[in-house]
Write a new protein. Structure first.
Length: 94
């Protein structure tokens, strides 16, 4: 019998599932002179916190667009997910 692959309604649901069910798994971010591992649970926790700040402190609303030009990959992932969680549209430039 094969393991059933979980299905999710959204990417946010998929990250929440991974944060809860894959405690030691995550993303290895490799920059020019640095590498950093961030677990899915830490990514989820930090993104939720930042999502709250984006709406309450910075006054962004669902449907707003932000431009992301972030040099540190681990910071990019947190900000990108925070945008998704807030309904903010992230546009990435390099």
């Amino acid at each position: 019998m094969q393991n059933k692959i979980p299905t999710h309604k959204s990417l946010i649901d998929a990250l929440a599932y991974a944060a809860t069910n894959s405690k030691n798994k995550g993303i290895l971010c490799i920059d020019d002179n640095d590498s950093r591992f961030i677990t899915y649970s830490n990514l989820y926790r930090h993104a939720i916190s930042l999502a709250n700040e984006l709406t309450t402190i910075y006054g962004l609303n669902s449907g707003d667009t932000v431009i992301l030009n972030i040099s540190k990959l681990h910071e990019y992932f947190v900000i990108f997910w925070a945008c998704l969680m807030s309904g903010i549209v992230p546009i990435t430039i390099s």
